[in-house]
Design a protein around this ligand. Structure first.
Ligand SMILES: NC(=O)c1ccc[n+]([C@@H]2O[C@H](COP(=O)([O-])OP(=O)(O)OC[C@H]3O[C@@H](n4cnc5c(N)ncnc54)[C@H](O)[C@@H]3O)[C@@H](O)[C@H]2O)c1
Length: 252
């Protein structure tokens, strides 16, 4: 336990189970003394979250696919918990049929849903979160190297991650006047509920492990540790950037 995030209220969006990257963020930030407010997509996810953190933990429903829900969620957070100091956006979705084969077979609707939930949502969430965020606040999101490499089967999600990384840069400029910074973490491949939907994900994990200079795969906790750094005052000089937390897999 250390005091890096003591006194800071951090909203963490995207915990569905203990494999979630967002859960690695929770573990890291709890150990740094943060007060954590959880958001969940729907009642099914709420039940899973309650099993992890108890029914009395601060939690608010937020389906990022509608602006009304996002606005309502941050109004509720403001009413119940006051201002916040940080936010972790660890959310993505694409239909299973978009995560296999060729991008040439992408549907307009599937493309649109993936971009809406996985990229546009960062704009919506940042808009309402920044209204209740203290100066010096920090936002972090999760991306993947498939944003600029043609990773097999990643398809529309890769294009959505390219959009997400670009959104981070534009928002960094827009939020700077409020002294809020925003960054992305490019996490290495980790088996989670979302990543299991990518066809051939095991092969992707195997190929990542062959290319990793380290002999161990990256963990959600390691991603969470970097997110904790980004939420802390140690990272005030980092803005609009993408930090790789993949044990060096991106190097080859
Ligand atoms: N697992 C990996 O290999 C990997 C690598 C790099 C980046 N990422 C990114 O990390 C983030 C978290 O994914 P994960 O791998 O931990 O999977 P996960 O399944 O544990 O988390 C995904 C979360 O997104 C939420 N979500 C989906 N649609 C939503 C909506 N409409 N409204 C609100 N929440 C919604 C789900 O409820 C879930 O909590 C994603 O952005 C993912 O692309 C994952």
């Amino acid at each position: 336990m250390n005091t890096l995030l003591e006194g800071k209220k951090i909203v963490i969006m995207g915990v569905v189970n203990k494999s979630s990257i967002a859960w690695g963020c929770v573990e890291a930030m709890r150990d740094c003394g943060a007060f954590i407010i959880y958001t969940y997509q729907n009642d099914r996810v709420k039940r899973q979250l309650e099993k992890l953190v108890g029914a009395d933990a601060p939690m608010v429903e937020c389906d990022v696919a509608t602006d009304e829900d996002v606005e309502k969620a941050f109004n509720e957070i403001s009413t119940k918990y006051g201002t916040i100091d940080g936010l972790v956006h660890s959310i993505a979705f694409a239909r299973k049929e978009e995560l296999e084969g060729s991008l040439l077979d992408a549907s307009r609707e599937g493309f649109s849903i993936a971009h809406d939930v996985s990229a546009f949502s960062l704009i919506a969430v940042s808009k309402y979160a920044s209204k209740i965020m203290n100066r010096g606040g920090s936002i972090a999101t999760m991306t993947y190297i498939g944003s600029h490499r043609a990773v097999p089967n990643y398809n529309v999600m890769g294009v959505a991650k390219a959009s997400l990384e670009s959104i981070v840069k534009y928002l960094a400029v827009d939020l700077a006047s409020q002294d809020i910074r925003i960054n992305a973490i490019s996490a290495g491949a980790i088996k989670t509920l979302a990543s299991s939907g990518i066809k051939g994900f095991q092969q992707l994990l195997d190929s990542a492990s062959e290319r990793t200079p380290s002999d161990k795969p990256v963990t959600t906790r390691e991603v969470g540790n970097t997110a904790a750094f980004l939420m802390s005052d140690l990272s005030t000089g980092v803005n609009g950037d993408t930090i790789y937390v993949d044990k060096g897999t991106h190097l080859s």
